[in-house]
Design a protein around this ligand. Structure first.
Ligand code: I3P
Length: 153
């Protein structure tokens, strides 16, 4: 039987490969480990796939879920001091308490959210990087624009 994806998942704004390192999970610092990730940006969320696009697409059919970040409550900024690499920006996800407040604001634009979605978001931090200047600039602005279009707290 066909599963109909939520509307936001159909509206892919940008996709491509970047270097990614998750440096905090639930507020807890992680050992930095860079890897290539297939990244899909839609109006409300960003998905990080560990695999190539092709592998990601076939895994999706079997219900395999990527790591996903709700942009409502996310912040990005350049992070020169966080890496020896060039062209690095960081993406921080607000802690659960703040996000629950933001989530209420988000529902006021007509989106319904369940509690389980809210609890997946908390104190996560990622670094994203590309050696190619225009690629990282395009990504930075695409993500920033997506965040800026969402309701503020
Ligand atoms: C880390 C690894 C990372 C590096 C990080 C190192 O070592 O070399 O690539 O980050 O530097 O600690 P290990 O593999 O032993 O964990 P950058 O490439 O971003 O510089 P850091 O500790 O200064 O973040």
């Amino acid at each position: 039987k066909d599963v109909i994806p939520p509307l936001e998942q159909l509206m892919v704004e940008k996709e491509g490969y970047l270097q990614k390192a998750k440096i905090a999970d639930g507020g807890k610092k992680l050992r930095k480990n860079w890897s290539t990730s297939w990244i899909v940006l839609s109006s409300r969320r960003i998905e990080f796939y560990k695999e190539s696009k092709q592998q990601a697409l076939s895994n999706m059919k079997t219900g395999h879920k990527p790591e996903s970040v709700d942009l409502c409550g996310a912040h990005i900024e350049w992070a020169k001091e966080k890496s020896s690499r060039k062209n690095v920006f960081q993406m921080k996800i607000s802690r659960t308490r703040e996000v629950m407040k933001l989530a209420q604001d988000c529902t006021s634009i007509g989106r319904t959210r369940t509690k389980s979605q809210i609890t997946t978001v908390s104190g996560n931090e990622f670094l994203l990087q590309s050696d190619i200047d225009f690629i990282i600039l395009d990504w930075f602005h695409a993500i920033k624009n997506a965040i800026d279009r969402l309701p503020k707290d």
